[in-house]
Design a protein around this ligand. Structure first.
Ligand code: ZN
Ligand code: ZN
Length: 266
């Protein structure tokens, strides 16, 4: 009963985490679980980043297994090509990689062991701004102030990559360290003023920003209420929520700034 990483053989499967289709040829994560409808097992497919956010234990286990497999030398066959994905590609360039449909667990493992260059991007970005003396935190050198210290906000293109990205480990670990974080499913303006915040129990006024929550059970994510944006810090135990909100919502930069200001309000 092992989880899997593989190149999507078609573009038909939908991601359980975000509900969108997983493009053909991109790396997808399969969480294996007992089949609730019959014999054997079933597989829930995710964009890897969606799994990091919503099924962190499962994907951490899979990444750990992949690392172990690589260390044991199981991936002895040459497996070039799968790692050719351009980590800088934007969402619209997702079909650029030449990964083939037979990409194996082993090849993914090897790529993982070699270490992807993605983490170097932020370092080079930081060194470019060394002349600003006030920059005391290289890891927060992102030009997007919206990120509010959440290092995971600019990882969008990662989902269209074709190999395991080491930065996914910290994404997933944030969800195991703060056990309510995987419930976060984005942000929206409250369409009515009738629902109460799951944290403070006060009404969320119509038009106010609210953070959507989902509850995971037996392979399904069900809507399970909302909280005020300023209640996030107490409810989740962290303010590092903007990466998830950006990932699971379709908000403008201006909207994201508004939400970030509320999340960071004292
Ligand atoms: Zn997804
Ligand atoms: Zn509240």
């Amino acid at each position: 009963m092992g989880h899997v990483f593989e190149s999507a053989p078609s573009g038909r499967a939908k991601c359980r985490g975000c509900g969108k289709k997983i493009d053909k040829g991109v790396l997808r994560f399969g969480e294996r679980m007992p089949n609730m409808f019959g014999e054997g097992e079933m597989t829930l497919w995710f964009h890897p980043v969606c799994a990091c956010y919503k099924r962190p234990e499962a994907i951490l286990e899979a990444m750990s297994d992949a690392e172990d497999a690589a260390r044991e030398g199981e991936s002895d066959s040459a497996s070039k090509g799968v790692a050719e994905g351009d980590s800088a590609a934007g969402d619209s360039a997702s079909n650029g990689s030449e990964s083939n449909d037979s990409a194996s667990h082993g090849s993914a493992s090897e790529d993982f062991a070699e270490g992807a260059p993605a983490l170097d991007d932020s370092a080079s970005g930081a060194s470019a701004s060394d002349d600003s003396a006030s920059n005391d935190s290289a890891s927060n050198a992102s030009p997007e102030s919206v990120s509010a210290g959440d290092v995971s906000t600019s990882d969008g293109p990662a989902s269209t990559d074709s190999r395991i990205d080491p930065s996914w480990i910290s994404l997933a670990e944030s969800g195991t360290e703060h056990e309510r974080l995987p419930r976060l499913d984005g942000a929206e303006r409250a369409p009515s003023g009738r629902a109460r915040c799951r944290h403070c129990r006060e009404l969320i006024e119509k038009g106010d920003w609210r953070l959507k929550l989902v509850f995971y059970q037996e392979g399904m994510f069900e809507p399970s209420g909302n909280i005020h944006a300023p209640c996030a810090a107490e409810y989740f135990g962290t303010r590092e929520v903007m990466g998830r909100i950006r990932w699971f919502s379709d908000l403008t930069e201006a909207d994201l700034e508004e939400v970030a200001a509320l999340v960071n309000r004292d």
